[in-house]
Write a protein that binds this ligand. Structure first.
Ligand SMILES: [Zn+2]
Length: 319
């Protein structure tokens, strides 16, 4: 068995057991298709353990939340179909946006394409910023007309003013937000297993992830949060009237680490209302205005019946 095969099997077993456990304890009421079933958190299709075989048409694949390119780890499984519709293509926009932000701050360890122009003669090149913050511009033969490049090199003297134009990346703001929503939703699934996400109220998030070209979920659900490391994870906001799940995670590039928070609704609360109330509070108080449930890193919400019942009771009493 390779490391990925082992990892997929471990994840499959843990979540398949969670399903059986929740069914046995009557926390969820569901017919499972197989003796050992994994439900893809995005399409809710049922998969048997044989779906770990990567040569079948729609196998279960490792999914990284946050994206691997931003420091995330493969921690759950989604089916290949879902991994394709809202996988790399969507995550790419988030990664590129983070790199773009690094560049605007001139953070070290990054490289960007740009146009350099002197007196109307423009050539293509690259800028890199090293560990010490030293900025180097260079031009490749293969991307430029040889005569134009020679002209440019001749005219570019020590104090020549060079007009610099940074190439805009093709970042789609909708895809960028869907990548944040996907990370928040999948982290919720990773932490709380099937006890929350099977509720039909989460169908709206799943629809949004499966249809990345439409706007289905309210797009102001996320915020950049200067929050301390101790709240990273998937806490609940317990402030009265603002109750919600709040996955908080860092996105890391070579040069930076930014912390994002996302608002995932509870089954009993309309999400628009929670988001607009949170934004109102932000306006009044500049610092993050809400209280979280005490972080209890030791609780395993996939197997600890007492913790699951306590959480479900709290949510149901909000009705
Ligand atoms: Zn799926």
């Amino acid at each position: 068995m390779t490391d990925s095969e082992k990892k997929r099997k471990l994840i499959f077993d843990r979540y398949a057991e969670n399903l059986l456990f929740l069914k046995k304890e009557k926390i969820i009421d569901i017919e499972l298709k197989y003796a050992s079933t994994y439900i893809c958190p995005i399409c809710l299709d049922h998969f048997p353990v044989t779906a770990l075989d990567q040569s079948i048409e729609n196998p279960l694949t490792l999914e990284d939340a946050p994206p691997k390119s931003l420091g995330g780890k493969a921690n759950i499984l989604t089916c290949k179909k879902c991994n394709n519709t809202c996988g790399h293509e969507i995550d790419k926009h988030l990664t590129e946006r983070m790199q773009e932000l690094d560049f605007h701050k001139f953070l070290p360890n990054i490289e960007f394409s740009a146009k350099f122009e002197i007196n109307g003669n423009a050539i293509q090149g690259k800028i890199s910023i090293d560990e010490n913050g030293t900025l180097t511009a260079y031009h490749m033969d293969k991307n430029n007309h040889p005569v134009k490049l020679q002209d440019y090199i001749k005219t570019a003297k020590k104090d020549t003013l060079i007009n610099l134009q940074i190439d805009k990346k093709q970042v789609n703001p909708l895809n960028l937000q869907i990548a944040l929503l996907k990370t928040g939703y999948l982290l919720t699934f990773e932490k709380y297993g099937y006890s929350l996400i099977l509720d039909k109220s989460y169908e709206r998030i799943r629809q949004q992830l499966r249809n990345p070209l439409e706007i289905i979920y309210p797009l102001d659900f996320w915020f950049k949060a200067p929050l301390p490391k101790k709240v990273y994870g998937v806490p609940f906001i317990i402030e009265k009237g603002l109750e919600a799940i709040c996955p908080i995670f860092p996105l890391k590039t070579n040069a930076s680490e930014r912390v994002f928070g996302t608002i995932i609704p509870l089954t009993t609360k309309p999400i628009e209302e929670v988001i607009s109330r949170l934004k109102e509070k932000f306006k009044v108080q500049k610092r993050f205005p809400v209280r979280f449930d005490p972080m209890n890193g030791d609780v395993d919400y996939l197997t600890d019946l007492e913790a699951i019942i306590k959480m479900k009771t709290w949510i149901n009493n909000l009705k």
